[in-house]
Design a binder for this molecule. Sequence first.
Ligand code: MTE
Length: 326
Amino acid sequence: MHLMRHRALPAIVAEITPREVYEGRREWMRRLAAGALGAGLAAWAARDARAQARVAALSAVRSAVAGAVTVEKPTSRNDATTYNNFYEFGTDKSDPSRHAHTLKTRPWTVAVEGEVKKPRLFDIDALLKLAPMEERIYRLRCVEGWSMVIPWIGWSLAELIRSVEPTANAKFVEFVTLADPAQMPGLRSSVLDWPYTEALRIDEAMHPLALLAFGMYGELLPPQNGAPVRLVVPWKYGFKSAKAIVKIRFVDRQPQTAWVKAAAQEYGFYSNVNPGVDHPRWSQATERRIGEEGGIFAKKRTTLMFNGYEAQVGQLYAGMDLAKHF
Ligand code: MTE
């Protein structure tokens, strides 16, 4: 499986194996030794169930924003909540669903600051009520060459931006995410400079398709998908969609982002989905839809410019050389 990880790879996996897993293994051995195989299996099943535990329902209306509801078949909830990238919990796709259930998502605040007339510290429950919840069914295309279709719940980031009244100096919006070593075993690795940060140009952030998401599949976000609040920018590679946001900062200069800091020659600031500009290690011409018949041997799909959202967002990049500004 292609992973985005870079530095100190071999050490990471050993380092980040959390205590719970070791303890689980010990327990497994103990039960095996005691001949209680059935009970051992039950213990493993219980942990699996906890990773899959349902969260509270979140109601929403179908979005009326142009392009916000694809008719493509959504990925199964099981795939979307067990095949994840959330490096704060480890670099394997199964790490977030196994380890993020301990993430404390209440109380939670999001500080909105910088070049705005009305800076504000939002409590997550106030943020949930800032605008009516909409369901949006977006394609998600990861730079690693796989894709999903996910029914998100949230509202346009533009709603929050308007509420804090950016100044004329606000040219970019930066998203800072939680980095709590007590809760996030992945922070012990040096894959990225923590906290994970991302950013958008202000006009991109104001585009109605840029979503602040609080839920998916009719429920609040599960921790592994970025609870309690994450960004979803459907025309960009998935890594722009920062999870577990704690700060939104309006700035006058293009911020450094986590992946650009890690490997600027591989990950650009814009990171618009572009089948014509390959990543040094991955062709971006095609993609594998997770859950599709045939697994890794399934026929690949053709990747679409701006992930199929060109009609909506293409004008944001008029006149730009997208091979240079990748
Ligand atoms: N946000 C944080 N804080 N940490 C991460 O490691 N991974 C990104 C993005 N947001 C990541 C993150 C990547 S690479 C992808 S593809 C998407 O989250 C995956 O979102 P999903 O797991 O909900 O599909």
